[in-house]
Design a binder for this molecule. Structure first.
Ligand code: C5P
Length: 398
């Protein structure tokens, strides 16, 4: 089942490192080529020789070597891999990766990788539950990495708690599942927009909206995972930039439209998740507006370009997917928009429900095409919803 797959097994310094020997053995038994990268503290628990004997591959531990191979090791390692598994993943490697720290071979390999990365944490429960580690794990998930949660039980330090490495069976199953997913968007080019545009009133003020960008970023991450050449045109957000996307930062709707038109001709699909402001100040001013004597101030607005509507007018073969964030008559309004804007699919979400939609990690959507409802997606994480949206894109592209 893993025949032809190359798996990098990153082993970091936890007592659970001995279980990585079993993981390697199981992956090899299923046909994989396993290349082990060990941190220096991992070598204190298990010797590189154990893995070398088992995997019949050299074990990498050093960032700087005199090895004369043509490619630099931390780059070539991830180039060769189908997937990277870090098991056991210590608090140290998790917190480092979440912050882009690259100070040894494993962390550098992770930063340079453009293949799926899976972490299987193992550590003391206090370290696992600490705010720093939890935040880092959430960041890793937001980057699109998978985390195989540790289990409850007796820990090496004698305490009971959460932090035991997941069962070897579970880890191997996840690897099989992840590697089985085809790169079904290979050779496809997709442009995604995200975030709420900022329409400048003066040098210090702007009009914007509550979009966090989470949905669009999750879609961009999913697209790259599935092999698409992804361009993410993003209005300002507080999210980490996804890895391996062509990232274009914009501020207002006109900038977003200009950038979009640069990429539109050559792309296969556009997913417009950005909350583009419908209006913009008619006359932005270059100096900060001061209070006036009356104490009142009125702002004249003009219409912004409807970016996706314009794309709907000029499109050739491109698939267009839009969003409809509504507070009433969700399906009816979505149906109207798909026609008006000449879209292939529309993702309708009810933003009047407080626990889903804007700023939240969860969403609940209905996907429609021109004929009607394609799928109702119940409340789930934006990452999972992104996967379903990309599945639907694949269906339409085929
Ligand atoms: O009309 P409404 O703003 O609800 O349409 C939502 C869809 O249209 C979203 O996909 C959004 O990104 C896109 N849109 C746009 N340009 C605008 C306004 C919305 O592309 N000016």
């Amino acid at each position: 089942m893993l025949k032809g797959k190359t798996i990098i097994l990153g082993v970091s310094g936890s007592i659970a490192a001995y279980k990585a020997v079993d993981i390697a053995r199981r992956l090899i038994r299923d046909g994989a080529t396993v290349k082990v990268v060990m941190t220096s503290s991992a070598t204190k628990f298990v010797t590189p020789l154990t893995f070398r004997t088992l995997t019949k591959q050299s074990v990498a531990t050093e960032l700087f070597t005199e090895n004369s191979k043509s490619k630099i090791c931390h780059i070539s390692l991830s180039d060769e891999a189908d997937i990277i598994l870090v098991a056991p993943a210590t608090a140290n490697i998790i917190n480092k990766t979440a912050n882009g720290v690259a100070d040894d071979l494993l962390s550098t390999t992770l930063l340079a990788a453009d293949v799926p990365i899976i972490f299987a944490p193992a550590m003391n429960s206090k370290m696992y539950l600490s705010e720093a580690t939890q935040k880092s794990l959430n960041r890793l998930k937001a980057f699109g990495f998978r985390v195989i949660e540790p289990t409850l039980g007796e820990l090496a330090c004698g305490e009971e708690g959460v932090g035991r490495l997941a069962e070897v069976d579970t880890i191997v199953e996840v690897i099989k599942f992840e590697t089985a997913k085809e790169k079904d968007l290979k050779n496809r080019s997709v442009v995604v927009t995200a975030g709420g545009t900022r329409e400048e009133i003066d040098p210090v003020r702007y009009i914007s909206n509550r979009s966090s960008g989470k949905m669009g970023y999750a879609i961009a991450n999913e697209l790259t995972k599935r092999g698409a050449k992804t361009t993410l045109i993003s209005a300002p957000t507080y999210l980490p930039t996804p890895q391996n996307v062509n990232f274009i930062s914009v501020s207002n709707a006109s900038d977003m439209q200009r950038e979009m038109l640069q990429y539109f001709d050559k792309c296969d699909a556009v997913i417009m998740a950005a909350a583009v402001a419908d209006f913009t100040p008619a006359e932005p001013v270059s100096k900060k507006i001061k209070r006036n004597k009356t104490g009142n101030f009125s702002l004249k607005l003009k219409s912004n370009p409807d970016i996706i509507k314009e794309l709907g007018r000029i499109k050739k073969k491109q698939i267009l997917i839009g969003f409809a964030a509504e507070t009433e008559d969700l399906i009816e309004n979505a149906r109207k928009k798909i026609e008006e804007k000449n879209l292939d699919l529309i993702i309708a979400n009810d933003v009047s429900k407080p626990e889903i939609g804007f700023e939240e990690d969860f969403n609940e959507v209905t996907i429609l095409n021109k004929k009607g409802i394609v799928k109702k997606v119940p409340r789930m994480t934006k990452r999972e919803i992104a996967r379903i949206i990309v599945d639907k894109l694949v269906d339409v592209l085929d």
